[in-house]
Ligand binder design. Sequence first.
Ligand code: UDP
Ligand code: MG
Length: 326
Amino acid sequence: MPLISLVVPCYNEEESIPLFHAAVICALEQMQVEYGSDDDPVRFEAIYIDDGSSDRTIEAIIELAQAESIADLHVRYISFSRNFGKEAALLAGLKASKGEYVVTMDADMQDPPALLPQMYGLLITSNADNVATRRVTRKGEPHIRSFFARMFYRIINRLSDTDIVDGARDYRLMKRNMVDAICSLREVNRFSKGIFGWVGFKTEWIEYENVERAAGETKWNFFSLFAYSLEGIIAFSTKPLHVASIGGVLSCLLALALLIFIVIRTLVFGDPVAGWPSLACIILFVAGLQMLCLGIFGQYLAKTYLEVKDRPLYVIRCTNIGDLDD
Ligand code: UDP
Ligand code: MG
């Protein structure tokens, strides 16, 4: 039987981890019944990445690693020196994974472990390279957050050539070739939802109703989500830069037309001193437009600066994985 790796980023999840692990074991036992046999059991490794939690997350994980509650599940962990964000945690987990199949999932049960047998079944019977999940409702989420989320997907799909699916979770079961492709992307500004789409491969989708967090609380507020969505757009589209240049050309053309109009009007009607409010408005408008375009350039420049520095995406404080290569 192949080895299946579970990659689970955890940030302040001390309450969720025991619940999550118990649910995972249930799902794995079911997979063993469905797909394994006594002399050829399904093999698993769970890689928990502690993303610099300030609570007792790492202690909870080490407890699981020491208990190793079922024979063919090995619990491995990586603990970061500080909070580097979920994207960095996912990358560390994917790089450390050894399985022919790899699952990425959240620790808060919003990616239901009970779906694992179905996902695995679908992957081995279809000719797909990965099985992805998508929530069809946003039940339990604040309406304003759902509204902005929908807007975001509409905008990014219009701006980017990469297909970014509305409601797609980072809950995916992938074959090794896809995992290797994801790890080969060296960018610092990682936006998983875009990266999954960018690497391509054949995807089968499983849909489910939104599930609320089992314990603890979400790490995202409105502003952090807004910043994340801007990062996604910048990472997967350069169209805002084109929009800025086209805006510049259009405002030049408009200025030329106005100039011709004013010259002709002065020649025909003389030069009464009037119209300074409209002038003030035009100057403010154009200045605003320039600042906006500069801002857009600045965003791309800032991201380029971070990419050029090529810093590691995370620093490991401790791990029980012996042969981590970078
Ligand atoms: N997470 C992480 N680092 C962070 C923020 C979140 O590893 O800086 C993990 C978190 O522990 C969880 C997953 O990413 O397993 C999703 O986070 P959360 O549930 O807060 O996001 P939401 O589901 O509300 O979008
Ligand atoms: Mg969550």
